[in-house]
Design a protein around this ligand. Structure first.
Ligand SMILES: NC(=O)c1ccc[n+]([C@@H]2O[C@H](COP(=O)([O-])OP(=O)(O)OC[C@H]3O[C@@H](n4cnc5c(N)ncnc54)[C@H](O)[C@@H]3O)[C@@H](O)[C@H]2O)c1
Length: 391
């Protein structure tokens, strides 16, 4: 089938390549010309995809990258994979999604199946997307299928991670099911768009709440001077009814701190506030001041102290620093007068700063998200505060 994937980031690119590998003719559309130039030259912007995979797809003629949206009119299926972040007040920001659906409506061909993969609050696919497409007065099908990709996960990828779909109509659901079945091992259908939109938010809200809970338990264990990781591993010997979550500097990335706010904003709108999510969000936002307090406890005084934050990506082994908890920590320490540097083997430059050397010249090193290959031994005798548990 002729497929257009709008947005060639962490979600859209792996999806486009997986579809192209099984013989679909895929065009990856992105509004970022630098990204498109990189892809067109056979270079991968993300660690999970090799340059070779892009090169093979381009040379086979089954994948092209472009900034031009007019190829939408030649596509039987258009998949939306654009960002759905939060604005400065932590409210959903649908600017990219609104812009993408307007462009799709402009070039819509009769009978096209449009699938939204961007995370949204329940009702958004039906109200925002269906309404915009209906205004074209052309026949179309519309489906929702949330993405579950977990960057740097070596076991679960686009093909073997089970996929959920739901359609505006039965025929839309069936077409989306058949499309994903051509390259995803397991696909399940939900009875409505809203069920599957909510399922996606439930998955990530579950993680936010549990990670925030364990971060609170970690503070309790630190106050008791016991090792939280030993406590978790002891509890995890229970073979049922317990799932281990591990502490850290806070949640980050484009999903876990963001998606639950789509649920809680909707929950407030309809008069059923989600106190769990709001509390978990508050705990997450409080972690920089907690760790700054611990650092002060170690050093006596933060003013003028040289502190190295190790690992500023949002999690180990990715180069993605979106919503990273390291930033809140860095600005909190700087506000207290500390001279803060950061080191990251994968994020080499960030916020107009560059990664500093990892060595023994600092008064304190705080481990935020060090990567597997980060050489912590180079810190020598530097005192280490490990946000993931223990000193
Ligand atoms: N990153 C993840 O691990 C992950 C996992 C599951 C779900 N999601 C969801 O998938 C969606 C996409 O996330 P992502 O991480 O791939 O984002 P991303 O920022 O990596 O990629 C999005 C791409 O869309 C492009 N874009 C933005 N507006 C556009 C437009 N109007 N037309 C064409 N291109 C446009 C951007 O230039 C960017 O390259 C989000 O809703 C996110 O919540 C992300």
């Amino acid at each position: 089938m002729r497929v257009a994937v709008v947005g060639q980031g962490y979600v859209g690119l792996p999806l486009a390549l997986a579809a192209s590998r099984v013989g679909h003719n895929v065009v990856g559309i992105d509004s970022n010309p630098e990204l498109v130039a990189l892809l067109a030259s056979g270079k991968s912007p993300i660690l999970d995809i090799t340059d070779g995979e892009i090169d093979v797809a381009i040379k086979s003629g089954s994948y092209t990258a472009t900034t031009e949206s007019h190829s939408i009119k030649d596509s039987e299926i258009v998949v939306i994979c654009v960002p759905t972040p939060l604005d400065d007040s932590h409210n959903p920001d649908l600017t990219s999604l609104e812009s993408a659906i307007k462009t799709i409506a402009t070039y819509l061909a009769p009978g096209t199946l449009v699938i939204n993969e961007s995370t949204v609050a329940p009702g958004t696919t039906r109200t925002l997307l269906a309404t915009t497409l209906e205004a074209t007065q052309l026949p179309f099908d519309l489906a929702y299928s949330p993405e579950r990709i977990d960057p740097a996960n070596k076991k679960w990828n686009v093909t073997n991670t089970p996929k959920l779909v739901a359609g505006l109509t039965e025929s839309a659901a069936e077409r989306a099911f058949n499309f994903y079945k051509s390259f995803v091992d397991s696909v399940s259908s939900g009875s409505s768009l809203e069920v599957i939109e909510t399922a996606k938010l439930l998955e990530n809200s579950f993680r936010l709440i549990n990670i925030s809970f364990i971060n609170e338990v970690a503070q309790f264990c630190a106050a008791l001077d016991i090792d939280v990781r030993e406590v978790i591993n002891a509890a995890a010997t229970k073979p049922y009814g317990f799932m281990p979550f591990y502490p850290g500097a806070g949640v980050g990335g484009h999903c876990i701190p963001v998606d639950p706010m789509y649920l809680s904003t909707k929950a407030r709108e309809i008069g059923t506030p989600s106190r769990f999510i709001e509390l978990a969000h508050d705990i997450n936002l409080s972690l920089p001041s907690y760790f700054a307090g611990v650092a002060k406890g170690v050093l006596g005084e933060l003013n003028g102290k040289r502190i190295l934050v190790v690992g500023v990506a949002y999690k180990p082994d990715v180069a993605d620093s979106r919503e990273t908890p390291a930033w809140g920590l860095i600005i909190t320490l700087r506000a207290a007068g500390a001279n803060v540097f950061w080191h990251d083997d994968l994020v080499k430059s960030w916020k107009n700063e560059t990664s500093s050397a990892i060595d023994g010249s600092y008064d304190l090193a705080i481990l935020a998200n060090p990567h597997t290959d980060t050489k912590l031994e180079l810190l020598g005798n530097t005192p280490i505060l490990n946000s993931r548990g223990g000193y």
